[in-house]
Design a protein around this ligand. Sequence first.
Ligand SMILES: Nc1ncnc2c1ncn2[C@@H]1O[C@H](COP(=O)(O)OP(=O)(O)OP(=O)(O)O)[C@@H](O)[C@H]1O
Ligand SMILES: [Mg+2]
Length: 506
Amino acid sequence: MTNFYSLGLSKSVLKSVQEMGFEEATPVQEQTIPLAMDGRDVIGQAQTGTGKTAAFGIPMIEKIDENMKKIQGLVIAPTRELAMQVATELNKYGQYKGVKVLPVYGGTDMGRQIRSLKQQPQIVVATPGRLLDHIRRKTIQLSNIHTAVLDEADEMLNMGFIEDIKDILKAVPMQRQTLLFSATMPKEIHEIATSMMKKPETVKLKAKQMTVEKIDQYFIEVNDGKKFDTLTRLLDIHTPDLAIVFARTKKRVDEVTEGLSARGFRAEGIHGDLTQGKRMSVLKKFKRGGVEVLVATDVAARGLDISGVTHVYNFDIPQDPESYVHRIGRTGRAGKEGYAVSFITPREMAHLNLIEKTTGRKIDRLPIPSNDQALKGQQNIAIEKLVQSIESDNLESYESTAAELLEQHDSVSVIAAALKMLTKERKDVPVQLSYLAPVSTKQAHKDKQKRGGGGKRYNRNGGGPKGKGGYNRNGKSGGGYNKSRSQGQNKGNRNRKYQNSNRNNS
Ligand SMILES: Nc1ncnc2c1ncn2[C@@H]1O[C@H](COP(=O)(O)OP(=O)(O)OP(=O)(O)O)[C@@H](O)[C@H]1O
Ligand SMILES: [Mg+2]
């Protein structure tokens, strides 16, 4: 373990790091910060939630001349929410040094953004589409940039974005330092990456698995038509603090969200068709805990750091294994535990194997949960409330009445009635979703071959209970729910769904 002092940081940056409560550098920070401070180009690959933002952010801040009121650093990120988050984090690292960081993304007022750019930020964190807009309108000055970062680099160099990235980098001085970070880096993308860099150093954390160990991973084999009931039962059993449900299309997200609301869950959806204002307000509400289930397309899969996400459900399995890694990586961040369950239709079982092969980790099978188990999960919450009251409320004034009651009825009936009143019995409102075709592993293979092997993804359409049975004190009941081992381009090429979920992110 290395502390930040020994990395040779300046006083002002050290102060910010301390204020953020970081005691030790994470491995990716320990390895990449010295290289980056030395001016080297770096490709950094480390698991989700392990602090890659600081790994590129700290050296970038260190290199900024705070007295020069020009854009000197550029970070490009695939979604608006991520750009915003990264800008907020970099602002924290640079606060005592006096470095100004501006997020620049689409869906917001252009005029106001141009005015903010005129106020001379030293770092810009942008989504590609909006940044290109500014470049074309000449409302952004990139000629003083000495450091460029692609966060979620493999996504940025994938077919949907690569042409944009090339155009952007043409506007940035050649003598720049280039830093690329992601939790995933397929081989062919790594090749593209190195061709854009100067003798890059690749830092790949030696992890046995691509996913964080602390995320428990399961799958349930279930027909498409049974997914929704399975989801609500799981939510009742797991009673997650905050959960993200990933679905493959925007329509699916809307339907699942509506269904969950009809069954009494506090759920909201997020996808690229919503206005930016709505996207931000949904995310804010989720972070505050005002929404317990966030239903999302892959727009929320990469980079978002929301502390307290305990569970991730893949309502629909993603087309490519890398997306799986990023999606489940929304939980189990910064050393916390997480729980991920993926629904796999019988025809998608081969796809599950592909994911396991890519991540290097076996995903355990769970049986389809029953209604009884779901009810038990909710009862456990009631028990929790009851026990809490026994332990912390002053019940003296209730005790004589309770004793009288027990003279007339047996104790089991009295407690059963109390529990029934406290238990949220889920109304089984019928919910019918539109059918969604399974992902095709064959198609993925074909695409791969067309591109000369190694590839993946060209079709971009693409918790809790640790205990078993009974209830445990924090209300996270396993509900008798046993686990068992399973056996285991270019713009023109973007398909429509891809455009839908990503182009709106500019
Ligand atoms: N050295 C550290 N000590 C403690 N917490 C840290 C440290 N570095 C980063 N963190 C925290 O860890 C969390 C995850 O960091 P970050 O979002 O940078 O992860 P990431 O590696 O970029 O993940 P992803 O692949 O999902 O983008 C953040 O909340 C961040 O504040
Ligand atoms: Mg990140």
